[in-house]
Design a protein. Structure first.
Length: 393
């Protein structure tokens, strides 16, 4: 079989949860995997990986990477005893980032996001989802989404964009949340077709109600966009079950998820995206129902939730460590959470998440021998190099 490049002499984890292939090989042609498995013969230039561990390129399936400013002062307020809800209701929280993001140009947003993206890439990330949601006007939401897609032209990385227009109620719509939802449904969603691949909502007491969320979902589906949901982070509004009824790709956070929500997600194939960085940073104590998700075989993804207010985290490896330490996920669950299940949460299982014939040749090559090392390290990345779409980076 002809191919462009062969990587050999590696310890290959082609799919999370499967046995490690001790003498592994990956062959690629035109940026796609043609073979991944035990060493065999191929007629192509060969790269010896010196027995390093190889995994699929990692996936960060929930971030708010594009924003301006920071909220370090709010971190101090929380350390002094203020709650997230108190800060938000006093005009801080999301709206403080909205003010800074509205004032920034598209180029300024790109420049600010690049160091955060570089940190994620250094932890093995090849694919990242980036949400809008700090503009809250049609013009500013489009600006954020364009900035996010522009990052693909600046770095060898795949960017999936999500409209999060229903993130918070902007000040110009004070006491008129339904009017703002009208704007999201009738102005923003039609305008992002072709620029965003999904639509998200913050369904929470300080966000939007289930009825308002459902209106956004209906508009998204009418325009051919998949849906996702911030659900059950601070309370249980049964958002996960609502998301499942609309075939949501994922429901995210889920600390207050109940058994009915778990069953609905199971039946719909909706991924549970866990965000341990926010749990840690907010000093939460109410754990997501991991055992219930396991019992119903709901796939669990892990993401950084990189954002300025509740999870300024730029390492997917650290997110795995937090998921293992705080949520008691196993090594296999952590690795699946940033590969196979994260791909499913983005609707990209056909393209990424495993190393098998036909999929994009995105490799993370590690200066270690065991998958457990990727979850074990704190504050360091053993990444040796990456391959993105068949090209060594």
């Amino acid at each position: 079989m002809q191919c462009d490049t062969v990587w050999t002499n590696c310890r290959l984890l082609a799919r999370a949860g499967q046995p490690l292939i001790d003498k592994g090989m990956i062959a690629a042609k035109n940026g796609r995997v043609v073979y991944a498995g035990p060493a065999t013969d191929f007629d192509a230039p060969t790269i010896d990986l010196g027995r390093r561990l190889v995994t699929p390129g990692l996936i960060d399936c929930h971030t708010h990477l594009v924003f301006a400013g920071n909220r370090a002062h709010e971190f101090k307020l929380r350390l002094d005893g203020a709650t997230y809800e108190e800060i938000a209701r006093a005009g801080g929280g999301i709206l403080s980032t909205v003010t800074a993001t509205r004032a920034a140009s598209e180029d300024e947003l790109i420049t600010a996001a690049l160091p955060r993206l570089d940190a994620l890439i250094a932890s093995g990330v090849s694919t990242i989802e980036i949400k809008s949601g700090y503009g809250l006007t049609l013009e500013d939401e489009l600006k954020m989404l364009r900035a996010a897609k522009a990052l693909e032209r600046r770095r060898p990385v795949r960017v999936m964009t999500t409209l999060l227009g229903a993130h918070a109620l902007p000040p110009e719509y004070k006491d008129r949340p339904d009017a703002y939802i009208d704007a999201v449904c009738h102005e923003m969603i039609p305008a992002v077709v072709g620029l965003a691949s999904a639509v998200d909502v913050f369904c929470e007491g300080i966000g939007f109600s289930p009825a308002q969320t459902e209106r956004v979902f209906q508009a998204a589906q009418a325009h051919g966009l998949r849906v996702k949901l911030h659900a059950e982070q601070l309370s249980n509004l049964h958002g996960a079950a609502l998301a499942a009824r609309y075939g949501a790709l994922s429901a995210d956070h889920l600390e207050h998820l109940d058994a009915d929500g778990i069953e609905a997600m199971r039946d719909a194939g909706t991924v549970a995206t866990l965000l341990p960085g926010a749990f840690y940073f907010m000093r939460e104590t109410y754990l997501p129902p991991i055992e219930g998700l396991r019992a119903e075989n709901v796939p669990m993804a892990i993401a950084t939730d990189c954002n300025p207010g509740t999870s300024p985290l730029t390492s997917i490896l650290m997110a795995m460590n937090m998921a293992a330490t705080c949520f008691r996920l196993t090594i296999d669950e952590c690795l699946a959470g940033v590969t196979t299940n994260a791909a499913q949460a983005l609707g990209l299982s056909h393209e990424i998440g495993t190393l098998e014939a036909g999929k994009s040749c995105d490799l993370a090559i590690w200066d270690c021998a065991e998958p457990a090392d990727l979850v074990y390290f704190i504050g360091a990345s053993p990444l040796h190099s990456r391959v993105f779409q068949g090209q060594t980076i």
